[in-house]
Design a protein around this ligand. Structure first.
Ligand SMILES: NC(=O)c1ccc[n+]([C@@H]2O[C@H](COP(=O)([O-])OP(=O)(O)OC[C@H]3O[C@@H](n4cnc5c(N)ncnc54)[C@H](OP(=O)(O)O)[C@@H]3O)[C@@H](O)[C@H]2O)c1
Length: 426
C-alpha cells in the first residue's frame, strides 16, 4: 500500500499495521506492506515508528508506483486529494479514504470511476471515526427499508454542549476550553457552524437511502447561537441540547422525499442521545423490520479512525485476492422534502421590552399562525426580559412565519433562539 498523509490518522495507521502484521496476514491471507508515505514536510518531527526512508513529498509517485495495489488517502482537503484518488483509480489501484469533506461533494463521481475501472473505494472512517457505521448501513442493513438515521456525529460540538450543560459554562468559555484541550481546531468554524456534521449527513443519507445526496442538499445550523439560558430552560424541562444530524425518509407516492439536515435540538434526557457526553458520537438507525439500532463510540482520534481504515484495507485485500469488488447500487437523484410539510416542536426565545401588554402581543402572533404553546417562561425583569416558549408540534412554515412577524413587533428587541425539540410529546 501507499499512504497519502501521515498526520493523526496516517501515523496511527502505520502503528496499527506494524503491531497487527501477523493477525492481518491470518485474517486476510495477504501481507500488508507499506511501500511509500507522502507528506508535505519531509523534515517534520514524526513518531518513532514512522520510517523516514518511506517518506516522500511527491504524492504522485505513489499513484504511479506499479508495485502499489492500494492507496490510502488520509491527507484531507479537496485538492489535491481528489486528483490523487482519481489518478489512483485510473492506475487500477483500490482506494481507502477518511476524507468526508471530499466525499460529501464528490462521492458519486468517485464511486462511478471505481466501478468503471473495476476497483474499490472504501471510506468507513469518513463518518463517525471508529464506529462501524458505513459498512453496517451498506452491507448488514442492505435489506432494510430505513426510515431515519439521526445522531451526534461531531465530537467537538458535543464536547462544547456537554460542558455548557454540566458545568453551566457560556458558549465562549466552553469553546475556549475545547480549544485548550485539543478538541477544537484553531479555526473551529467547520465544527461549530455544522459544516463537518453536514458533510457526514450527506454521506450517511446517500448510503442509508441509496440516493445521491450532496453537501448542498443538507440544510444546516450550527451551535453558535446556543446560550446558557437555553440550557437553563432545557434543564428545568428535562432536556439537554445536542447538535444532531438527521437523515429522514418522508413517505410520499413516489419512493419518498428526504429531509437531511444538521441542527441544534432539545433532546429529552431520557433519550439515549441525551446521555452521549463529551467527544463521543452516537447514531440511531431506524428500520421497518429491524426497529431501532444505536451505534456508539469514538467518532474521531487517530487510533479509532485508523482502526476503521485498517478494516477497509482488509476488505480491499480480500477483494484483490479473489478478484472481486464491493457490490454497488444504482443511486437515484435525491428529492429533498419540502419544508412546508415538516413539523416539530420548537423552543423559541425572544428578548422583549418589559412593559405591560408585551406578552399578550407576542402570544397573539403565535395564535394568529396557529401555533399552540405548551409552556412559557419569563427570565429577567425591567428592561432585560426574555420570553421562552415551548410549542406543541407545529408546521415549520408556520414557525417561520411566526418568527418573521415577531421580529417586526416594536416590543421585541431580538429573536434569540428557535430550536427544534426531538421526540414526540409525552
Ligand atoms: N483526525 C481524526 O480524528 C479524523 C477522524 C475522521 C476522519 N478524519 C479525516 O482523515 C483525514 C486526515 O486527518 P488527520 O487528522 O490525520 O490530518 P492531519 O493530522 O492534518 O494530517 C494530514 C497529513 O497529510 C499530509 N499532507 C497534507 N497535504 C499534503 C499534500 N498536498 N501533499 C502531501 N502530503 C500532504 C500532511 O503532511 P505533513 O505531516 O508534512 O504536514 C499530514 O501528514 C482528513 O480527511 C480528516 O477529515 C480524521
Amino acid at each position: 500500500m501507499g499512504l497519502l498523509g501521515c498526520g493523526n490518522v496516517g501515523a496511527a495507521l502505520l502503528k496499527l499495521i506494524e503491531e497487527n502484521q501477523v493477525s492481518i496476514l491470518d485474517r486476510s491471507g495477504e501481507e500488508l506492506e507499506v511501500v511509500s508515505v507522502a507528506v508535505r514536510e519531509l523534515d517534520s518531527v514524526r513518531p518513532a515508528w514512522v520510517r523516514r526512508e518511506l517518506l516522500t513529498d511527491d504524492p504522485m509517485s505513489i499513484v504511479q508506483d506499479p508495485t502499489i495495489d492500494v492507496v490510502v488517502e488520509v491527507m484531507g482537503g479537496i485538492h489535491p486529494a481528489k486528483e490523487l484518488i482519481e489518478a489512483s483509480l485510473r492506475a487500477k489501484k483500490s482506494v481507502v479514504t477518511a476524507n468526508k469533506a471530499l466525499l460529501a461533494d464528490h462521492y458519486f463521481e468517485l464511486e462511478e470511476l471505481a466501478e468503471e475501472v473495476g476497483k474499490d473505494i472504501f471510506f468507513e472512517a469518513a463518518v463517525a471515526g471508529g464506529i462501524p457505521l458505513i459498512r453496517s448501513l451498506r452491507v448488514s442493513l442492505a435489506g432494510e427499508q430505513l426510515s431515519r438515521v439521526i445522531g451526534i456525529v461531531n465530537g467537538t460540538t458535543n464536547f462544547i454542549l456537554t460542558r455548557m450543560d454540566e458545568d453551566g459554562l457560556s458558549y465562549d468559555v466552553a469553546l475556549a476550553l475545547a480549544r485548550q484541550l485539543g478538541y477544537a481546531e484553531a479555526d473551529p468554524r467547520a465544527d461549530i457552524e455544522g459544516v463537518d456534521a453536514a458533510a457526514k449527513a450527506a454521506i450517511l443519507a446517500s448510503i442509508a437511502f441509496g440516493r445521491k445526496v450532496r453537501f448542498s442538499d443538507v440544510s444546516r445550523e450550527g451551535i453558535t447561537k446556543v446560550t446558557a439560558s437555553d440550557f437553563e430552560f432545557a434543564r428545568r424541562h428535562g432536556f439537554t441540547i445536542k447538535l444532531l444530524a438527521l437523515c429522514e425518509r418522508i413517505p410520499n407516492n413516489d419512493g419518498g422525499a428526504f429531509d437531511v439536515r444538521v441542527f441544534p435540538a432539545l433532546v429529552p434526557r431520557t433519550h439515549p442521545l441525551g446521555g452521549v457526553r463529551d467527544a463521543f458520537n452516537a447514531i440511531f438507525v431506524e428500520g421497518e423490520a429491524v426497529g431501532e439500532l444505536m451505534f456508539y463510540g469514538r467518532g474521531a482520534g487517530g487510533a479509532p479512525t485508523a482502526s476503521a481504515v485498517l478494516g477497509d484495507l482488509m476488505d480491499v485485500a480480500h477483494n484483490l485476492r479473489f478478484g472481486t469488488t464491493e457490490r454497488r447500487i444504482d443511486r437515484k437523484d435525491v428529492v429533498i422534502a419540502s419544508p412546508d410539510k415538516l413539523s416539530s416542536r420548537f423552543l423559541i426565545a425572544v428578548d422583549v421590552k418589559d412593559r405591560p401588554g408585551v406578552l399578550a402581543q407576542v402570544a397573539q402572533v403565535f395564535g394568529d399562525n396557529g401555533i399552540s404553546i405548551q409552556s412559557m417562561e419569563q427570565i429577567g425583569y425591567m428592561s432585560e426580559a426574555r420570553l421562552i416558549f415551548l410549542t406543541h408540534d407545529s408546521l415549520e412554515k408556520d414557525i417561520a412565519k411566526t418568527l418573521g412577524q415577531l421580529e417586526e413587533l416594536d416590543a421585541v428587541r431580538s429573536l434569540r433562539q428557535a430550536m427544534r425539540v426531538l421526540g414526540e410529546e409525552a
